[in-house]
Design a protein around this ligand. Structure first.
Ligand code: HBI
Ligand code: FE
Length: 287
């Protein structure tokens, strides 16, 4: 899991799992970030903020403003003061991707794992693994929204059963198509709330502006049946009518029978529109 790295500071090391506690947390070690890393953060922040103003949903824009993190890689402790008062969430630092059971356990207890290292200069737009820019800039503003805060706790709690029923892939697709790549209808247009979109400049514009890509109304079961790609723009985006719909659409749903019915079926290909489905049209919103 470790990649060779020439940097000597802990915060520059990707995937430093040896030093992690049993729950995979580490210290953020904020003082180990170099001036170059803070400068890179400022550039990433400035570039994405301009797009956020135009394309992100209101909760994201307001959350980002409250986090006040334009000046450099933020201290997780500072964010925790804001989060604790708003929704009771708390950030914990991790070395990178962590095992599913540990990830679910953190979420079930309103602890959000945030990767501590920052991407390198040559991967500014998108990387397949989470770094501190994706995790903090992309996810933390939404943790200030009550519906997202409640949903993520529910998702964490749902993890155990999904793993026991050999249906983790199905549950993970819900996270993918909402928390990572979700769109929401707002102010008469399509807005981004997914962290995977919002931490990428090119996908932010693509997801809301491309006139061709398939956009479907949010449907939890449909999402659980739909495959996804981790290394290219999505071929399907699912659109919420409002953020609370995420909770309303899931609390009444008994996942057990849904897992039973579909877990061994082949995934629907990303980008496929089924008979009877009505795509959400986007008449070329200006970039
Ligand atoms: N670990 N740090 C980190 N971030 C994630 O988004 C993450 C993870 N471990 C597991 C995981 N996601 C997903 O596979 C689960 O949501 C299923
Ligand atoms: Fe993420």
């Amino acid at each position: 899991m470790k990649t060779p790295c020439t940097q000597t500071s802990n915060s520059g090391l990707r995937g430093e799992y040896d030093a992690a506690a049993a729950d995979y947390t580490v210290g953020q070690d904020w003082h180990a970030y170099t001036p170059q890393m803070h400068a890179r953060w400022r550039r990433l922040h400035a570039r994405q903020s301009a797009l956020v103003e135009r394309h992100a949903c209101r909760a994201f824009r307001e959350g980002l403003a409250r986090l006040d993190c334009a000046g450099g890689i933020p201290r997780f402790e500072d964010a925790n003061a804001v989060l604790g008062a708003a929704t009771g969430w708390r950030l914990v630092a991790v070395p990178g991707f962590i095992p599913d059971d540990a990830f679910f356990d953190h979420l079930a207890h309103r602890r959000f794992p945030v990767t501590r290292w920052l991407r390198e200069e040559h991967e500014l737009d998108y990387l397949v693994e989470p770094d501190v820019f994706h995790d903090f800039f992309g996810h933390v503003p939404m943790l200030l929204d009550p519906a997202i805060a409640a949903f993520l706790e529910l998702y964490g709690k749902a993890g155990k059963r999904a793993m026991a029923m050999d249906a983790l892939e199905m549950l993970a697709r819900i996270y993918w198509y909402t928390i990572e790549f979700g769109l929401v209808r707002e102010e008469g247009g399509l807005k981004v709330f997914g962290a995977g979109i919002i931490s990428s400049a090119s996908e932010t514009v693509f997801s809301v502006c491309d006139p061709q890509v398939l956009r479907l109304p949010f449907d939890a079961v449909r999402i659980m049946r739909t495959g996804y790609m981790i290394d290219a723009f999505q071929k399907t985006y699912f659109v919420l009518e409002s953020l609370p719909q995420l909770i309303d659409g899931l609390v009444g749903l008994d996942f057990g029978p849904v897992y039973e019915k579909w877990r061994h079926a082949p995934a629907l290909p990303a980008g496929a529109c089924l008979p009877g489905e009505i795509p959400i049209l986007n008449h070329g919103a200006p970039a």
